[in-house]
Design a protein around this ligand. Structure first.
Ligand code: NAD
Ligand code: KPL
Length: 305
């Protein structure tokens, strides 16, 4: 039997991946936080994926972190700020040849996880697929996209990409995953905080062209300084293209704030500002943006880390 996929995080992306893998007949196990969550999950009878308005439920076996089966392949599908605690909860179970696929947005959490489990192979992912929860254990597939996967320290693609193919998960092995992650981080830094501060959809930033351009120039300087010139290439043009292409959408950070959820600010703008500081790079507009956003989150009573 092929290696089971352990999926930790039964949220939007975790459900999107787990259900498609299970639908392809691949062995999947869902790791729930504790016995209470496991019982609630079992009572629901599985994970439900809604695609094109049609709901299908998959009775994927669930387990708690304490389950005795060793983990050889783990899809970590929690938010960036939960990644280290989540990995700590299953670290004892990781087999010597374990592989972790890290779906977190931004940067910083992947490096922290890799340092936590140095014996495991950590593969980073950058995804443009979209999904959201519309009930407990129920996720709507919202936007078709692509997932790039890569391992900055080891360019050889893993054999389980065949499983993703079988499960119709659009993906590509990327030899320059760090560049992709930095590029996405820069896009998110140029767009998401401003949509929160100006209380607008992505398209509303067309009225704030100069502010966006100034941020792009500083972000490009940062990318160059940290050895990512390809991620800096034509950044402003791409940001403007994304603003136009997603004009009607609310950014993920806007949605987090509107729904009073913790945002991943520390792994996006926070990571950019921390990296600039480490390189002794003065980026006044980016730093001001971070301060404005932190003040705004505090004024709403939301966490700013
Ligand atoms: P989510 O909040 O919907 O799901 C995360 C799940 O992880 C939750 O169910 C939470 O309870 C669970 N979790 C956290 N800690 C846990 C623990 N210790 N043990 C067990 N479960 C635990 O988040 P999401 O939207 O799926 O996002 C996951 C990551 O993917 C984020 O970094 C996000 O930015 C990124 N991402 C999401 C989308 C999307 O469309 N949702 C798209 C691209 C990237
Ligand atoms: O990724 C995004 C997000 O909202 O998180 C886009 C649409 C690119 C805006 O930054």
């Amino acid at each position: 039997m092929s290696t089971p996929w352990h999926v930790l995080g039964a949220g939007s992306l975790g459900t999107l991946w787990a259900t498609r893998l299970a639908r392809a007949g691949l062995p999947v196990r869902l790791i729930l936080r504790n016995a209470a969550r496991l019982h609630a999950y079992q009572a629901a009878g599985g994970l439900t994926l809604v695609e094109h308005g049609e709901a299908s439920t998959y009775a994927i076996p669930g387990e708690t972190p304490e389950h005795p089966e060793p983990i050889r392949r783990l899809l970590l599908a929690c938010k960036a700020y939960d990644a280290q605690d989540a990995v700590a909860s299953i670290a004892q179970r990781l087999a010597p040849d374990a592989e972790l696929i890290l779906l977190q947005n931004g940067l910083g959490s992947q490096q922290a996880v890799a340092a936590q489990v140095p014996q495991a192979r950590c593969i980073c992912a950058s995804s443009t697929e979209g999904a959201f929860r519309d009930g407990d254990w129920r996720v709507v597939f919202a936007g078709h996209g692509y997932t790039w996967l890569g391992d900055a320290g080891h360019p050889v693609a893993p054999i389980w990409l065949d499983d993703l193919q079988a499960a119709n998960i659009p993906h590509e092995w990327s030899p320059d995953i760090l560049t992709r992650l930095w590029r996405k981080l820069a896009l998110n830094c140029a767009i998401n905080p401003l949509t929160v501060l100006h209380d607008c959809r992505n398209g509303g930033l067309q009225q704030h062209h100069c502010e966006v351009a100034t941020l792009c120039a500083e972000l490009a300087e940062l990318l160059e300084r940290c050895g990512q010139p390809a991620a800096a290439d034509n950044l402003q043009a791409e940001v403007e293209r994304v603003i136009q292409a997603t004009a009607a959408n609310f950014s993920s950070m806007y949605q987090d704030v509107a729904n009073r959820r913790r945002s991943e600010i520390s792994y996006l703008l926070g990571h950019a500002c921390k990296t600039a500081e480490r390189h002794q790079l003065h980026l006044p507009h980016l730093q001001q943006l971070q301060q404005r956003l932190i003040r705004h989150l505090h004024s709403l009573g939301l966490p700013s880390d």
